[in-house]
Ligand binder design. Structure first.
Ligand code: ADP
Length: 449
């Protein structure tokens, strides 16, 4: 069972990544693109391409009718949504199936369930996953918020039920700060997501962000592929990810991994997904589940040797997983650097023409990028332009290799975050693996002084 032609409803490096998996499986690809992306690498490499609209994402990469039309006229069997854009849009998943295509992702119901954070947390509890202590569902009134927070103890975090990207989140350090934080979280949630429901959680002081990659099929099988540590974040955006986490030993990994794999199997979840946790004082706390492929999936691919995208496509076509849990072996260490077209000092976007490009290579070095010399990075989209992922027999070898690869990487014509990554791999806390989710912001503050 497989597909003959897959439409890739995305752009940039992730569209290219999906194209590569399809080609290796003998599947033809259809690229869709906005007018701003006519010269993009994913368009050049695809078997066919369809322009779906003007640059603004709502008119092109979020334009459901245009994407479905492109799938119809090219005769695609399935649609891969990639990451971001429509990848966690349950309505899109429904429309794709209603129009007779296969959605390469989980069921629309699973997307919907995990997209509402209050429901997701309830589901996590039912599935036996540890969660952050907090309110029992949404908190409607200030009185209720005050009571919950006073009982739990400060600091607390008020979070939007419909939240994403760190928006609609406010910390209250005391009972006095609560009314203001509650109102602000509500209005930010209303403005950002059109839904002002919020809930309350204990605010963890120095956690790490550790997430477990999972994949399930339509036959009830589910496995975990170990963890990624994504604690190095700026404004809740991941900057560098690694696996295995320097904070976990084999026993802790096996334990949380099995718990998560059981949860996924119980849910009947089919596709790749990620369960995200905060980790503090040897305890895991569920924060959310991403019902899609993730940007940092290559870290997992390098330590397991498993092609996550190929497996995701196979299970969407109805095939059983091609391996069992006992066949998953973890080898060595991998680190991914997200390279953005932005200033490494103030993070202002830096779109523009690439005047020179040289990607690093050699043993254990992988670059996922659609860049080429002469390409113009359009100003309309996410600033991620390349991912450098390095593998080594152990963390030390991986670090040395990463340092070497970052020295070789040349991107001229625009500013990039390569200089930041060079600084990071030279920082002693990063070398030791002793960092939490607040470390990078503090490091950046210190650099400014
Ligand atoms: P979003 O969907 O907006 O990204 P998440 O729930 O995934 O929201 O949280 C994003 C980030 O916010 C986390 O990676 C972490 O840095 C921080 N965060 C979330 N919940 C808590 C908490 N209870 N305590 C401390 N920090 C938190």
């Amino acid at each position: 069972m497989s597909f003959e032609k897959v439409l890739i409803a995305n752009r940039g490096e992730i569209a290219l990544r999906i194209h590569r998996a399809c080609r290796e499986m003998g599947i033809k690809t259809v690229a869709v693109h906005s007018t701003a992306d006519a010269d993009a690498m994913h368009v050049k490499l695809a078997d066919e391409s369809v322009c779906i609209g003007p640059p603004a994402p709502r008119d092109s990469y979020l334009n459901i009718p245009a994407i479905l039309t492109a799938a119809t006229i090219t005769g695609a069997d399935a649609i891969h949504p990639g990451v971001g854009f429509l990848s966690e849009n349950a309505h899109f998943a429904d429309m794709v199936s209603e129009h007779g295509f296969t959605f390469i992702g989980p069921s629309a119901d699973h997307i919907r369930l995990m997209g509402d954070k209050v429901q997701a947390k309830k589901a996590a509890i039912e599935l036996g996953l540890p969660v952050v202590p907090g309110s029992d569902g949404a908190v409607e009134t200030l009185d209720e918020a005050q009571k919950t927070a006073d009982d739990m103890g400060y600091p607390v975090l008020i979070k939007a039920a419909a939240g994403g990207g760190g928006r609609g989140m406010k910390v209250a350090n005391s009972s006095e700060e609560l009314p203001n934080a509650f109102q602000m979280a509500r209005s930010e949630a209303k403005a950002g997501f059109g839904d002002d429901s919020v809930y309350i959680e204990k605010y963890l002081g120095k956690p790490r962000h550790i997430e477990i990659q999972v994949i399930g099929d339509q036959h009830g099988n589910a496995v975990h592929l170990g963890e990624r540590d994504c604690s190095l974040q700026r404004r809740h955006q991941k900057v560098l990810e690694e696996g295995p986490s320097p904070a976990l030993n084999k026993e802790a990994r096996d334990q949380i991994g099995m718990r998560v794999a059981n949860a996924i199997s119980k849910m009947g979840y089919s596709s790749a997904g990620t369960i995200e946790f905060l980790y503090e004082n040897n305890e895991f706390y569920f924060i959310e589940m991403n019902t899609r492929l993730q940007v940092e999936h290559p870290v997992t691919e390098l330590i397991t040797g498993i092609d996550v995208v190929r497996e995701q496509i196979r299970v969407a076509a109805g095939s059983p997983l091609s391996f069992s849990q006992s066949e998953v072996e973890f080898q060595g260490h991998a680190i991914e650097c997200r390279i953005n077209a932005e200033s490494s000092v103030d993070f202002r976007p830096s779109p523009g023409r690439i005047e020179g490009y040289h990607a690093p290579g050699g043993l254990g070095v992988r670059v996922d990028s659609g860049l080429y010399s002469g390409y113009s990075i359009p100003p309309y989209y996410d600033s991620l332009i390349a991912k450098l992922i390095v593998h080594g027999a152990n963390r030390n070898e991986c670090m040395m290799r990463l340092r070497r690869a970052l020295e070789e990487f040349v991107i001229q014509g625009v500013e990039t975050t390569i200089p930041l990554h060079r600084q990071l791999v030279a920082a002693s806390d990063v070398m030791d693996g002793s960092y939490d989710i607040r470390w990078l912001e503090k490091f950046l503050e210190e650099q400014k002084r």
